[in-house]
Design a protein around this ligand. Structure first.
Ligand code: ZN
Length: 248
């Protein structure tokens, strides 16, 4: 049994195939999905498709498009008893100038304060900004954190792990030495499985699907020389703890 802790089931690419995509994932043992909103409109859809049994909602906004920031904050507050996390939120320095970075950081701190007030975990996007995102989280003494598809250095990941932060591993680990290193060095206690579907497929030209978290589990098993059943069991336990969901 596995939990896909980060995917985008509301993406247009799944519009006509969602039932099939979920059925396919269930067949390989994916029992639950946490689907993350990217902005206001998408987060409304996330709430709409969540059944709180198989599909659980998280509400967030991409750090490089914060136009609907206030609407998203308001939506989180109004649905704080329904959502399992705030996210994805964070920093994206991949293509941003200095002023953009300041604006992103200010919004990130707002979400940190909101998460603290509502006692919800944060699912953090940190493209080319892993070091900075972790710095802000640690400075603000945030406790419940999932670093999704972390692309920073292993030494920074270790600092996050020391604080009890989780790192969710996407199927693109099969083509990323950096992600393989993160898995080798971090304890299983800090790892989760994510697809980030439709992004981060094992083959960069394909649409990713939640069923592919099986590949993440297999890589963790291989890199840590432990049975894949142990990876499934522990990552499911980790996910249930951080998101406070009971999977029967
Ligand atoms: Zn994502």
């Amino acid at each position: 049994m596995m939990i896909d802790v980060h995917c985008h089931l509301t993406d247009a690419v799944f519009q006509n195939t969602l039932h099939q995509v979920i059925a396919e994932a269930k067949e390989v043992g994916v029992r639950a999905f946490i689907t993350s909103g990217l902005g206001f409109k998408d987060s409304l859809k996330v709430l709409e498709i969540s059944d709180y049994h198989t599909v659980y909602p998280a509400i967030g906004i991409m750090p490089y498009d914060l136009r609907d920031l206030e609407l998203v904050i308001d939506l989180i507050e109004k649905n704080s008893d329904k959502i399992v996390a705030i996210g994805e939120v964070g920093l994206d320095y991949y293509a941003s100038g200095d002023t953009d970075r300041k604006i992103q950081e200010k919004a990130f701190v707002e979400f940190i304060e909101l998460a603290r007030r509502l006692d919800l975990p944060l699912v953090v996007h940190s493209r080319s900004a892993g070091k900075y995102a972790l710095q802000i989280l640690i400075e603000n003494r945030v406790e419940k954190v999932v670093m999704h598809a972390f692309d920073g250095s292993v030494s920074h990941a270790e600092k996050g792990a020391e604080k009890g932060y989780f790192f969710s591993i996407p199927p693109s680990i099969n083509r990323s030495q950096q992600k393989q290193k993160v898995v080798k060095r971090l304890p299983l206690d800090n790892l989760l499985l994510e697809s980030d579907a439709p992004a981060l497929a094992p083959n960069p030209n394909e649409v990713n699907k939640p069923s592919n978290i099986r590949i993440s589990a297999e890589w963790i098993s291989k890199l840590k020389s432990i049975p894949v059943s142990k990876v499934e069991e522990k990552t499911t336990e980790n996910a249930s703890t951080i998101f406070n969901i009971k999977i029967i």
